[in-house]
Ligand binder design. Sequence first.
Ligand SMILES: *[C@@H]1O[C@H](CO)[C@@H](O)[C@H](O)[C@H]1NC(C)=O
Ligand SMILES: *[C@@H]1O[C@H](CO)[C@@H](O)[C@H](O)[C@H]1NC(C)=O
Ligand SMILES: *[C@@H]1O[C@H](CO)[C@@H](O)[C@H](O)[C@H]1NC(C)=O
Ligand SMILES: *[C@@H]1O[C@H](CO)[C@@H](O)[C@H](O)[C@H]1NC(C)=O
Ligand SMILES: *[C@@H]1O[C@H](CO)[C@@H](O)[C@H](O)[C@H]1NC(C)=O
Ligand SMILES: *[C@@H]1O[C@H](CO)[C@@H](O)[C@H](O)[C@H]1NC(C)=O
Ligand SMILES: *[C@@H]1O[C@H](CO)[C@@H](O)[C@H](O)[C@H]1NC(C)=O
Ligand SMILES: *[C@@H]1O[C@H](CO)[C@@H](O)[C@H](O)[C@H]1NC(C)=O
Length: 467
Amino acid sequence: MPSRRCVTMTCGICHMTIYYRYPALVLLVLSSTVLVVYFQSTKSLASHREIREYSLTQYTFEVNTQQFYTSSSSVLGNTLLRSGEERFLQINTNEAWVYSAFFDTINDKNLIRVFGIQPRNLQTPVFCYLKTNDQFTVIEGTRSLLVDGNGKRLRVVSYECWLTDGRRPDQVSITLKKTDSPTNTLQVLYPSLPRRNFTVCYAMLFDLTNYSQIIQNVEFNRVLGAEHFFVYNMSISSATDAVLRHYQKRGLMTILQWPMNISGIHYFGQVLAINDCVYRNKGVSKYVVIHDTDEMIVPNRQNSWKELIDQINDNFDQINDNSTSHETLGTYIFETTCFQDRPKGSLWSEIKRNYSISDEMENFFEKYSLTAFTDLLRLNTVWAGTRQKSIVRPDLVLFPDIHLTTTHRGSATQVVVNHSLALVHHQRKWSVSPSDILEVTALRFKDKVIPLVNETYLKLIKGHIIQ
Ligand SMILES: *[C@@H]1O[C@H](CO)[C@@H](O)[C@H](O)[C@H]1NC(C)=O
Ligand SMILES: *[C@@H]1O[C@H](CO)[C@@H](O)[C@H](O)[C@H]1NC(C)=O
Ligand SMILES: *[C@@H]1O[C@H](CO)[C@@H](O)[C@H](O)[C@H]1NC(C)=O
Ligand SMILES: *[C@@H]1O[C@H](CO)[C@@H](O)[C@H](O)[C@H]1NC(C)=O
Ligand SMILES: *[C@@H]1O[C@H](CO)[C@@H](O)[C@H](O)[C@H]1NC(C)=O
Ligand SMILES: *[C@@H]1O[C@H](CO)[C@@H](O)[C@H](O)[C@H]1NC(C)=O
Ligand SMILES: *[C@@H]1O[C@H](CO)[C@@H](O)[C@H](O)[C@H]1NC(C)=O
Ligand SMILES: *[C@@H]1O[C@H](CO)[C@@H](O)[C@H](O)[C@H]1NC(C)=O
């Protein structure tokens, strides 16, 4: 084994010492403010076990300048992503990309979980380059392919880097070959303190031009108990962009970039966005509500999601004859139906009379496309077992999905909520259906939703954000 060697470099802004066991290539690029170091081992390691044993010294850097680490560039790969700069970083020349990394714990074992996309039959080893404070370590990781029944060539993947000591890495890079040097670096996100009870994850907005749908959804959900919203920006119109920024400025919305141009993945990698969103809310939000911008989970009798969840929990405990059994509920699954037509003629007049809808209010519904209050005729069927949407507890789910959770943590489980308690209201024309039925549940919330919608439009118009 080569003896341990040491290189010390001194330059204008830094002093750096690199220890290494093998001959290595060290390349320094210096600009006026940012120092970037590329460090590549020129000798491949004999075995994965060896990597574990030797990793600490092999990749230890000692750098005595703060400036180095506060720059936005990273030693390991290319640019370190900052908030608002999210994108898909390719893993060398593989048909594989990473998007985000989270500190996680499974059965008391800590790990860094990296979400990405790769071919479903790719079975190479996984190497994790971890940066902890100023130290670098390489370990071999594992992978879990997320369930996806769509048969596409690419799948969402979770790369797992298991930590064997108390280390808390702040950056991670993934490679799939021992001899590859990393081309990607992600900031590791850690769970923060509880701040919310209900957060909504919308997944990605694709070709979204209709901002009235977003305003209706955000304001209705706020009445139901939503405290914050996450959206993934793939492609939106300039007016929608302005509306999102309005909510962002008010602290109601987190916008993540989703510049997805990878083909061969189901629905622009939606499952990755959902998992990313739920993991970002782990520890932060007790519940995460997952649905699209034209859907709402509306309780039939309760006035909020909180009351609804309490009722579901009570029912669950009664069935199990155990007053704490609901603590295992990781996923609440809601059945779906489509609200697709407007009642007309005498029926609409009767609804207006019964629910005190003035002509002014009706105009308001029309002007701002408040279809939740006008399109009250829905399919006479509800979809169970397909097309449902769910509310999850981030602490109890491992891999959530757009309709339900594919894997729970530990002994956590799920419940299908009886549609007599609540339904997903999907605002969309599904089919020509003479058997549509009238359902006015949403009108119970109009007196709380209207002032919020009104206030938002007044602000947007006053700020010349929309006409
Ligand atoms: C969440 O709900 C609990 C129980 O109702 C309440 O005590 C708590 O204040 C809520 N937390 C937040 C952040 O709203
Ligand atoms: C926007 O969506 C609503 C339904 O939410 C629909 O009624 C309205 O016509 C749409 N507006 C445009 C401009 O497409
Ligand atoms: C959404 O994405 C587009 C295209 O990348 C970008 O120009 C725009 O600034 C983004 N908007 C927001 C609100 O993040
Ligand atoms: C996606 O777009 C980026 C930037 O335009 C480009 O560098 C990259 O090669 C594209 N990736 C794919 C898979 O097309
Ligand atoms: C009640 O449910 C909790 C949570 O699932 C479980 O830990 C406990 O053992 C159950 N109690 C009984 C008496 O079954
Ligand atoms: C309106 O109210 C009357 C009297 O309570 C009731 O008979 C009727 O079914 C209601 N109609 C609608 C559409 O809600
Ligand atoms: C749903 O609730 C209704 C009304 O309480 C009840 O009649 C029905 O049996 C329930 N359905 C299921 C599948 O539990
Ligand atoms: C919206 O707010 C304005 C200004 O406060 C008020 O004049 C108007 O009546 C409100 N519209 C509705 C439908 O509540």
